[in-house]
Structure formats: C-alpha cells, structure tokens
Design a protein around this ligand. Structure first.
Ligand SMILES: Nc1ncnc2c1ncn2[C@@H]1O[C@H](COP(=O)(O)OP(=O)(O)OP(=O)(O)O)[C@@H](O)[C@H]1O
Length: 272
C-alpha cells in the first residue's frame, strides 16, 4: 500500500495563554510526487499548519496531535532533530521572503554556504548549482549571486529564496503564498519550475494559497480550510464542480465570477 510522505493527524494549534484553538483537528495526507493545495481565506490557519510541520511556531502557540514525516512523528522530535530535517528533507518557501537572507552577506555566499551545509559538494560545485538555479528562476544569475539582498527588488529576492529552497532538492517542499510578491509572468515561471523539479525529483509539494484559480490549475488534490478546520478535500475538479461545504461554495463562486481563463480551460476541459 502506498504510504504518505506526510500525514497530519488531528493537528491542533492552540494559544498557550487561554488554549484558544487556531487550528482544529486538521488531517492532511501528502504522497510523493503530488502537489497538494491547502486553500482558504486569510487567517484560516494555513500558515500555522505549515509552521507546525517545520517546528517554527511562534513561542506563544503550541501544537498537538501527530505529524508523521516518513513515518516519524515530528512533533515528538527534539528541536535539534527537527532542525536536521529542515532544508534537505523538508524545504519551505515563506510568504515573508525578506527574512530569507542576511542583509550584510552577499546572496551567492549564503547560497554556497547553505548548499555545502546540507549536501556533499565542494564550494566550486555549490557555486555552479547556485548559478544554475538562479538562472532557472529567470534571474541574472551573476548579478544576483554578487548582490546583497537590499540591492534587489522584492520579487528578485523572493525568486532567489525560492532558488535556495529548490537547490537543496527537498523530499517535501512547502510553499506558503509564494507568488504574492511576483508579477503574473514571473509567478507562472516560478510555479512552472517547481512543477519541473517535482517531475525530475519526485518530491511532494504542499502549496498553500488563497488563490483558488492557482490551486485548481496547479495541484493534484486540494484541502479547503476554514476557521482552522479542514472542511473539504478532493480533486481540483471535484472541489470546483462537486463541492459540498457552504464555505467551498462561497470560494468557488468567487472564482466562477472571474473571466474565463483560456489556459486552464484547455488543460482541464476534459475533466469538467
Ligand atoms: N502568534 C500568534 N498569536 C496569536 N494568534 C495568531 C498568531 N499567529 C497567527 N495567529 C492567528 O491564527 C489564525 C491563523 O493564522 P495563519 O497565519 O495560519 O492564517 P493563514 O490562513 O495562513 O492566513 P494568510 O493567508 O493571511 O497568511 C489567525 O486568526 C491569526 O490571527
């Protein structure tokens, strides 16, 4: 039987001070090679779910339940063991990319150091990998490699941070609203590249977004989250055409109100 690489069971995220529940009994399964969408409006608990997987919850919150990564419950790991998983096993591209780079160290140096820490490569090999991934992100690789983050635009820093996460070839990649800072063309380029990496490496991707059109076009399965609870799960076409929960209906009605998108019409028309 196929086993999920990630299995979240009964995840609860509570405020320590009053035990108020911000994520309530979330259950999510992710298999190798899949792109899974976690969608929901702002404040529904998507980022807290991702941060629970990464062991990066704010101090005032606590997670309970089980999060199995390759059959180990990562909520029971020590901080040290949890950190060992980050980067090469589980990579995350954050919504707030500004903290991805230290401002007084050049981007290239940081990329090389990260690669050398997580992979058995020489500095020269790491530099070549770094230049290649920057180029694949549509960046002027030599310029970005030799720049400090404050010398680049927000979208360029975001793409460099995506390059850093992908260069490590993680088995599970968590993308939290990664196209928010990008224009439509660069957003598409980045999503296309992530899809390519998924096909090349067979990694799993958890794509967090409030953009239902993006999730519909790019994901294999979707979970819908509302007020901290997963209210619906299914294939993109099931979520779009056969949703059961009133909240999903509301989300879908917003999408259907948009002008028709020819590109995903073409891709999905057979499924409708
Ligand atoms: N450190 C914190 N302390 C208390 N409440 C918090 C904290 N962080 C987040 N929350 C609350 O938890 C809820 C879920 O937040 P979360 O960041 O997971 O939402 P989200 O679905 O990712 O939203 P967005 O799409 O805007 O990023 C929100 O109501 C938020 O205000």
């Amino acid at each position: 039987m196929r086993k999920p690489i990630l299995s979240i069971q009964g995840l609860q995220v509570n405020r320590k001070v009053d035990q108020k529940s911000l994520v309530n009994d979330a259950n999510i399964k992710v298999y190798m090679g899949e792109i899974i969408g976690l969608i929901g409006e702002s404040g529904s608990g998507k980022s807290l779910t991702a941060r629970s997987i990464m062991g990066l919850l704010p101090m005032n919150l606590s997670a309970s339940g089980q999060i199995f990564y390759k059959e180990r419950d990562i909520l029971t790991l020590s901080e040290k063991d949890h950190r060992k998983l980050l980067g090469s096993e589980i990579g995350m591209i954050f919504q707030d990319y500004r903290g991805s780079f230290t401002p007084f160290i050049k981007i290239g140096k940081q990329l090389v150091e990260t690669l050398c820490t997580h992979q058995p490569v020489s500095k020269k090999e790491a530099k070549n990998i770094a230049l290649q991934v920057l180029e694949e992100m549509g960046l002027d690789s030599a310029r970005v490699f030799g720049s400090y983050s404050f010398q680049l635009s927000g979208g360029q820093v975001q793409r460099a941070s995506i390059a850093m996460a992908l260069a490590l070839r993680p088995s599970l990649l968590i993308c939290d609203e990664i196209t928010t800072a990008l224009d439509v063309m660069n957003g598409e380029k980045v999503l296309h590249y992530i899809d390519q990496v998924r096909q090349q490496t067979g990694c799993a991707v958890l794509m967090i977004t409030h953009d239902l059109a993006l999730a519909y076009k790019r994901t294999d399965r979707m979970y819908v989250m509302n007020q901290g609870t997963i209210v619906e799960e299914g294939l993109p076409e099931e979520i779009r055409c056969n949703h059961k929960h009133p909240y999903t209906k509301k989300l879908c009605s917003c999408l259907l109100a948009l002008p028709e998108d020819q590109s995903f019409q073409k891709e999905r028309v057979g499924a409708l």
